[in-house]
Design a protein. Structure first.
Length: 380
């Protein structure tokens, strides 16, 4: 009986295990349609176990598939790292906005104060401008400030430059140094501005001219170098800013006191007049100085051509320049140092007349007519 029960149990197990197709291609009808209770074969434990194993395995595969389909959740340290950087970004943004707001407020105050600030505050204005620029990381807070500060420096320099156009200018070397310093700062804000560059070259030309005049009697070579520098600076300023008459005034003064060339000075002054400049007493006196200085320079060389056939020609040129100087001076006798310069010309004419009388007497004696010299009048 026990043997028969074991045989029946084995038969039942095989029936539930076979799922493949038979060799003849037909599926056994009893392979998957067994409905007889396991108890009928005398064993209940094995089929129950088999059934439980099948369910557990299927649930495991389903859980694995579901877990593979869902993205992995970030770990806690990574989430904390991201939150930290987001917080830092927010704080930095708030800081930048607040900083630009403060800089903008300070820049507005500086803009409002500029029109009333005197030229002597240029160092303070420059420091404040640089400070605000270094504090503005986004350049939003100082928007428009550069233009206002640049214009303030230019207008401050223009006040000094305009003084030189007057009949009685008071600007001296320190004034040109101040104007050049103001324009250098304006040029650093707007390096491509040709008008600012022209103004700066004009101021530097005057400084070179002043240095040349100071060195003329003691260091002629240095003086000539400075005069050349002044001339090139004035000419470049005129090229950068056409129809600006100020460089012509600088050139006229350089031609007179550097080159003793009154004709060249008169030419550039005429050019300035065509651009709207009006001749004044200062310009008349300047041209007179040109003729006087050239006469004095020629007379200083008199020993070099004394008793030479060309001496008479040189003396005639001295007299002509003295006469031209007097024509200019006598039209403005009360201007500046004109009265003193008139005396200088008259003294030179007396020396010139004395030499001309000597030459005249020498010619009479050479012709055997020396006895007639007392009867001829002296040169005037």
């Amino acid at each position: 009986t026990l043997a028969l029960a074991d045989v029946g149990a084995m038969a039942g197990y095989e029936e539930t295990q076979r799922t493949s197709t038979s060799a003849n291609g037909d599926r056994d009808a009893g392979d998957t349609r067994r409905t007889v209770s396991s108890a009928e074969h005398g064993s209940a434990a094995a089929p129950a176990a088999d059934t439980r194993r099948t369910l557990v395995a299927g649930a495991g595969h389903a859980a694995s598939a579901a877990s593979a389909a869902l993205p992995a959740a970030p770990s806690a340290p990574r989430r904390r790292f991201r939150l930290r950087w987001r917080l830092i970004a927010v704080i930095a943004t708030v800081f930048l906005i607040a900083n630009e707001a403060r800089v903008m407020s300070a820049a507005s105050e500086l803009k409002g104060a500029l029109p009333s600030l005197p030229r002597g505050e240029s160092d303070a204005v420059w420091r404040r401008y640089r400070q605000l620029g270094s504090r503005s990381f986004l350049r939003v807070g100082v928007a428009g400030l550069s233009g206002d500060v640049r214009n303030w420096f230019v207008s401050s320099a223009d006040e000094l430059i305009a003084d030189y156009r007057s009949d009685t200018p008071v600007i001296r070397e320190n004034g040109w140094i101040t104007a050049a310093s103001l324009l250098e700062r304006a040029a650093s804000i707007a390096p491509g501005d040709r008008a600012i560059r022209a103004r700066l070259l004009y101021c530097r030309g005057h400084l070179a001219r002043i240095n040349a005049q100071a060195a003329k009697s003691r260091r002629p070579a240095d003086a000539q170098r400075f005069f050349n520098e002044a001339t090139s600076s004035f000419e470049e300023a005129a090229r950068l800013r056409p129809r600006w008459l100020d460089p012509q005034l600088g050139l006229a003064r350089t031609y007179v006191y550097g080159l003793e060339d009154p004709e060249a000075a008169l030419e550039v002054l005429t050019r300035a007049e065509a651009d709207g400049y009006k001749f004044g007493n200062r310009d008349v006196s300047l041209v007179g100085d040109g003729y006087r200085l050239r006469a004095e320079k020629t007379w200083s060389r008199a020993p070099d051509y004394r008793d030479l056939p060309q001496e008479g020609k040189y003396l005639d040129s001295v007299r002509e320049d003295c006469q031209q100087a007097l024509v200019n001076y006598e039209s403005i006798p009360a201007y500046g140092e004109v009265s003193r310069n008139i005396r200088k010309v008259q003294d030179l004419l007396q020396k010139l007349g004395a030499r001309e009388d000597e030459l005249h007497d020498a010619r009479l004696r050479k012709a055997g007519l020396g006895f007639l010299t007392p009867f001829f009048g002296r040169s005037q």
